[in-house]
Design a protein around this ligand. Structure first.
Ligand code: SF4
Length: 373
């Protein structure tokens, strides 16, 4: 079936997340298309919960184009507080519509920092605008890359994506312009791309191309997306079916001992090649900047706790405390300066031990000269 492009006037363009994302730190997202022609076989968009198509597999065959996306975005950004936005989509149709470029122009006009997550070097067409946004506030470009291995296997899982080498070259070009660039090493396909050689090759190539971070994430499998992926696996890697059954059972994600170890391996490799395993957060100056800085540190810590398979109860305690800081309308360092640890303990979802942790983080930030207490 040929890919169909269906243009329409959208009613909504801007998604505002309840809490800033802890991978890319975006508070907003805005995309000009529904569906994705790249058609990655593992894509979670095939999952019924996320799909806007009756047949979830149509998401790569019928691409809906929000032709009024830039105008809608202009109206919305005029009214919302400035924060990081994930914007655009550089799948093939973008070459013709240039909607992502126009949306970037809106972000530049309204001085919004942007985070871009892409698989296509077509984004290089707009490097001029991204550079201007980076000079004005901040821009970051993350390329999704799951292997450096031969394109034959890559093409099986990502049939219509540009080559891995073209994505690495794009990282180099952004990095040479002083734009923060890195890799989303997601999803690391179990028993296919999780071997030590592939892990090291992706991290090493990121460093060699001027990338600054690698974010590691595993494969989730659910409903229609699981059926689709397992069908492909049965056809090309039948020997892996029992291994997947053991690893996933009826669960959405692999068992923690597996994903934690995978994340730790990538973290160790990042250290070896001088990279970060988390994306540094852009926090503009202002009286509440410290709240976001402390929240970032708590969320980074809870990432490590996840890798260590710490109890979900403890992880959620950190997450909720981080969210409290995100939403706080007073400076946490002011509260601490005036009321000490008692002031911290009075915050929503912050008990004794988290107050101690926040106190420690505040002192650490102050010691590193990131903020004065
Ligand atoms: S590029 Fe991203 S959104 Fe598009 S199919 Fe692949 S994983 Fe899904």
């Amino acid at each position: 079936m040929q890919v169909q492009h269906v243009a329409y006037k959208a009613k909504k363009i801007l998604n505002t997340h309840k809490h800033a994302d802890s991978w890319f730190w975006d508070k907003y997202s805005a995309h000009p298309y529904i569906g994705c022609e790249h058609g990655c076989e593992y894509c979670y968009s095939r999952e019924k919960k996320y799909s806007r198509y009756e047949n979830p597999n149509d998401f790569s065959k019928i691409i809906k184009i929000k032709e009024n996306a830039p105008e809608l975005l202009r109206k919305k950004l005029a009214k919302v507080p400035k924060d990081i936005i994930i914007v655009g989509d550089y799948q093939p149709v973008e070459e013709k519509t240039e909607l992502s470029r126009k949306m970037l122009q809106v972000c530049l006009d309204y001085k919004f920092p942007v985070s871009l997550l892409e698989k296509s070097p077509l984004i290089l067409r707009d490097i001029d605008l991204i550079e201007q946004i980076n000079t004005q506030s901040w821009a970051s470009v993350t390329f999704s890359i799951i292997t450096t291995k031969d394109d034959k296997t890559k093409n099986l899982f990502e049939p219509k994506t540009p080559s891995t080498s073209s994505r690495f070259s794009a990282i180099k070009k952004f990095s040479n312009k002083g734009i923060l660039a890195g890799v989303a090493f997601m999803p690391i396909l179990p028993f296919i791309y999780d071997d030590d050689d592939n892990l090291e090759a992706v991290v090493k190539a990121t460093a060699e191309h001027g990338g600054k971070f690698v974010l590691a994430g595993g494969l989730t499998l659910a409903s229609t997306q699981k059926e689709h992926y397992m069908k492909l696996l049965a056809e090309h890697f039948p020997e892996l079916i029992p291994k997947y059954q053991r690893l996933y059972g009826d669960n959405y994600g692999p068992e923690c001992s597996y994903s934690g170890e995978l994340g730790k391996k990538v973290s160790r490799l990042c250290k070896k090649y001088g990279l970060m395993d988390r994306m540094p957060r852009y926090v503009p100056n202002g009286p509440l900047a410290i709240n976001k800085q402390v929240s970032e540190k708590l969320q980074n810590k809870l990432y490590r706790m996840e890798l260590d398979c710490t109890s979900q109860y403890k992880i959620w305690a950190y997450r909720k405390a981080a969210w409290t800081l995100e939403e706080l309308t007073e400076s946490v360092s002011e509260i601490y300066a005036q009321k000490g640890r008692n002031g911290l303990e009075s915050l929503k979802d912050v008990g004794k031990s988290l107050a101690t942790e926040i106190e420690f983080v505040l002192k650490e930030i102050s010691k590193n000269g990131e903020h004065m207490l």
